[in-house]
Design a protein around this ligand. Structure first.
Ligand code: TNX
Length: 524
């Protein structure tokens, strides 16, 4: 059975003989851009199989080491048909991320018009390759056993352009290697944006040359007694590049005017009373604010966002705006109108949490991120619709479905509970286009699953909360709309995805909803 998450638009499984990956298989890539994706695919498959899997450049590309090679029946052929870097730049979404994939007794063929689509195809093929020596049902322990991929024809294309995960590196800091590992894991699910929550009360995590004390003083704390930390410019550049190779766009967030204790513990001039704050190591929210009537606050926003923008090739910068509980609405709106105008001078499209929609002079096109609860729709609906009225679109992160820091129903050691517990079914059975009145398909940029880390100290903790629920959210974000998604539809595929996570050493919650014993996890 061909088991892929997110479910492709069209996956036809034929009764015919499948594709056999053998120790002699090769990867044949047409052109340089296909070769870069093929190199990643080769790495993944080598790690899983131990096969040599040489990569050969072939055909009409620009590489110098091209060879004329006939593909054999056990080879994987990857091609990008779109042409040049210039034509990629003009290509429209969703063509950029669409692909086709066929596997049969004559080989495996991956085709896309754009390298991002080829990367998606490679992730799909990776999921189709079974574990060592299995034919889907019978485990053996012969590592060099050929892997039989079912005979399939897949044509696929995403529903939403923005499919995100958010990692809170402020409450607990995660070093570059952890974030890289996280990027690899989320990219398996065709997640293509990583939102990094880079500042909060507990810590400031990104080097800013024009405000050096932010990291000198503001980065040394985190929730609990850890040492905190920050990304140097070189670290951040490394993360951006690592993500880009995996077709993931980094969306950096500097949260203002609230969630700013770490900045106020670095520069006294940023607070209303001019008093330097102490580092904060708790988990309360809403108690801090930039001084909204001091010019220094807007110079801060201007210089920090400009510098961040110059380090960030992606189109978005997130400016937070959530939970400014010390300000009146009038003060908050005044701050947001002025701060977003200042930040928009960076040239980036701004993103804000739904509260930001209370402001009436947002830069045209500002994106709103909805994180509400269903019981609050009456209050939050107007705030999120306000982004649309001001020319922007919406990212859906409904807390009851996509907040991956919430407890599992059966496991409460990690996580929080303010949005309830989130079962695997709850992370799957929802539709972003019907959740909030007045926000329909065409107003949506996409879907994002945030992971707040007040209770999550290690990457293993993060993985436990994220997997497998992110797989459910990723399918909501990629696969075609389905009026009434039923958990049953994804449950068996989720079990085999979890078996893959297990082989990769990625932590996940062995939820009773997976309806599997530990032996079926081991062999799926
Ligand atoms: C709310 S969601 C927050 C975060 C917390 C989170 C904990 C949002 C925009 N703000 O500051 O970390 O709840 O679940």
């Amino acid at each position: 059975m061909a088991s892929v998450i997110p479910q492709p638009v069209s996956l036809i499984e034929h009764a015919a003989e499948g594709f056999t990956l053998t120790p002699e298989s090769q990867l044949l890539a047409t052109g340089e851009v296909a070769a870069a994706v093929a190199a990643l695919l080769a790495d993944w498959l080598r790690a899983e199989t131990g096969f040599a899997l040489p990569l050969i450049h072939t055909g009409a590309g620009t590489g110098t080491d091209e060879q004329a090679v006939e593909a054999g029946p056990h080879d994987i052929v990857l091609a990008v048909t779109g042409g040049s870097a210039a034509s990629y730049a003009n290509m429209e979404w969703p063509e950029t991320e669409s692909y086709s994939l066929t596997t049969d007794a004559a080989g495996a063929r991956l085709n896309a018009a754009h390298p991002a689509g080829l990367f998606a195809a490679a992730q799909t093929l990776r999921q189709l390759v079974p574990a060592a020596g299995t034919t889907g049902t019978e485990p053996t322990v012969m590592p060099v056993t050929p892997r039989i991929v079912p005979c399939v024809t897949i044509n696929d294309s995403p529903r939403f352009a923005y499919r995100g995960a958010m990692l809170d590196v402020a409450r607990h800091f995660f070093p570059v290697a952890d974030v890289e590992r996280f990027i690899d894991a989320i990219a398996m699910l065709k997640i293509n944006h990583l939102h990094l929550h880079l500042s909060d009360d507990q810590g400031w995590r990104i080097q800013i040359q024009s405000w050096p004390l932010l990291t000198e003083m503001g980065s040394v704390s985190e929730t609990g007694d850890g040492a905190g930390g920050f990304y140097s410019k070189a670290d951040y550049a490394r993360l951006v590049a690592y993500a880009a190779e995996r077709f993931v766009t980094i969306v950096p967030e500097i949260d203002v005017p609230g969630h700013t204790n770490a900045a106020l513990a670095s520069y006294a001039e940023l607070s209303e009373d001019g008093v330097l704050r102490e580092p904060y190591r708790g988990i309360e929210v809403g108690f801090s604010s930039l001084a909204i009537d001091k010019d220094s606050s807007y110079r801060f926003v201007d210089e920090v966002i400009r510098e961040l923008a110059s380090m960030t090739p992606g189109p978005y910068i997130h400016l937070g705006g959530d939970e400014s509980l010390t300000l009146t609405q009038e003060q908050f709106v005044r701050f947001i109108n002025r701060a977003t105008a200042v930040a928009a001078a960076s040239g980036k499209t701004l993103v804000g949490w739904h509260e930001m929609g209370q402001a009436d002079a947002l830069p045209t096109g500002t994106i709103g991120q909805y994180w509400g609860l269903s019981k609050d729709h009456a209050k939050v609906g107007p705030q999120i619709r306000s982004f649309v009225e001001q020319g922007g679109r919406v990212i859906m992160s409904p807390a009851e479905h996509s907040y991956l820091d919430m407890h599992y129903p059966d496991e409460t050691r990690l996580g929080q509970a303010w949005a309830g517990s989130i079962s695997l079914a709850a992370s799957y059975e929802w539709d972003p286009a019907t959740l909030v009145e007045g926000i329909a398909e065409s107003q949506l940029l996409g879907v994002e699953a945030p992971v707040w880390t007040e209770t999550l100290e290690t990457l293993s903790d993060v993985e436990f909360m994220v997997f497998p629920r992110l797989a459910c959210v990723a399918e909501v974000a990629w696969s075609p709309a389905s009026g009434d998604r039923r958990f049953d539809e994804i449950a068996p595929r989720l079990a085999s995805f979890c078996a893959r996570l297990d082989r990769l050493g990625i932590n996940f919650h062995r939820s009773p909803e997976l309806a599997m014993s530990s032996t079926s996890v081991a062999s799926a």
